[in-house]
Design a protein around this ligand. Structure first.
Ligand code: PMP
Length: 285
């Protein structure tokens, strides 16, 4: 079945979908995006993704109102048209198309694109074996809290990790861990404390991060939002990443050194199960 995508108000076959060559998303990465997971045919944390989208749009002064535009209904229709039961919906909103200029144009209509990707997210084999990461300096711009499509550095670093025979990178600001290439980074200390970098412009304010911290606190687990160093990560009992499509993914090796005993730990395993169970109870139909 050919995939149908959404472009500026219409559902069209992916082969005939197009946006302008003057689109500022294409020319300047002047665009924001969201990725919402679909499991059991329902959306995970849709409302939180929409709220973050509104914030990203406001930070860049892109004029688009997700609620007035019926963004949830667009997601629903795209899901039905592509019979998506498990996978993700990618959404991108750029400032729109205008003659190329460093001065951002005003009063142009944003370009809105959505598409689906099928994927087995729940039974991901990586969750069983854990992933291995290497570190690299975090050379991205310093507004990482805005979810823009400027992802080149992260893409190059992730590719470098794959070329090096591992799964991903953890990025470093000085000797502290910021994030994975497309995920938030967390550790569990030998005292059982879940430690994660606090929200700032250094990191994306992950929707999965927020949910996992909530669920952990509800379970009475100790959570500390503080900066942690690479040395602390290497000395931790466990490490893991979170993202909308990886959920909770254990990290078993950093820069060739095992984290804890180098196996998937009970803490990360439990957090993944908890996250999935809680998310399933809250699915947006
Ligand atoms: N940090 C970065 C840099 C990311 O790209 C992502 C995923 N897009 C995340 C964190 C995780 O955010 P979320 O849980 O909202 O997917």
């Amino acid at each position: 079945m050919a995939r149908e995508v959404y472009v500026n108000g219409a559902f069209v076959d992916e082969a005939s979908a197009s946006v302008s060559v003057f689109d500022r998303g294409f020319l300047f990465a002047d665009a924001v995006y969201e990725v919402t997971a679909v499991i059991d045919g329902g959306f995970v944390d849709f409302a939180a993704h929409q709220t973050r989208l509104q914030r990203s749009l406001a930070e860049l002064a892109i004029d688009y109102d997700p609620i007035a535009s019926g963004l949830l209904d667009i997601h629903r229709e795209l899901r039905e048209r592509n019979q998506l039961h498990e996978g993700l919906i990618y959404l991108q909103i750029s400032r729109g198309a205008a003659d190329r200029s460093f001065i951002k144009p005003t009063a142009i209509a944003p370009s809105v694109v959505l598409f689906t990707q099928q994927a087995a997210l729940v039974d991901a084999p990586d969750a069983q074996r854990g992933i291995r990461v290497i570190t690299c300096p975090d050379l991205r711009w310093h507004r990482r809290d805005i979810k823009t499509t400027q992802l080149l550095y992260s893409s190059l670093m992730k590719s470098q990790a794959i070329d090096a025979g591992v799964d991903d990178v953890w990025m470093l600001e000085g000797d502290t861990v910021t994030e994975g290439s497309s995920s938030n980074a967390h550790i569990i200390t030998h005292d059982g404390v879940l430690v994660t970098r606090p929200l700032s412009t250094d990191i994306l304010h992950g929707i999965t991060r927020a949910a996992v911290l909530n669920y952990a606190r509800e379970q009475g687990l100790r959570v500390e939002e503080r900066v942690f160093t690479l040395a602390q990560a290497k000395a931790a009992k466990e490490a893991f990443i979170t993202s909308a499509t990886a959920f909770v993914m254990p990290v078993v090796e950093i820069d060739g050194e095992p984290v804890g005993d180098g196996q998937v730990g009970q803490g990360a395993k439990r957090m993944r199960e908890l996250y999935l169970a809680e998310s399933r109870q809250r699915l947006q139909s």
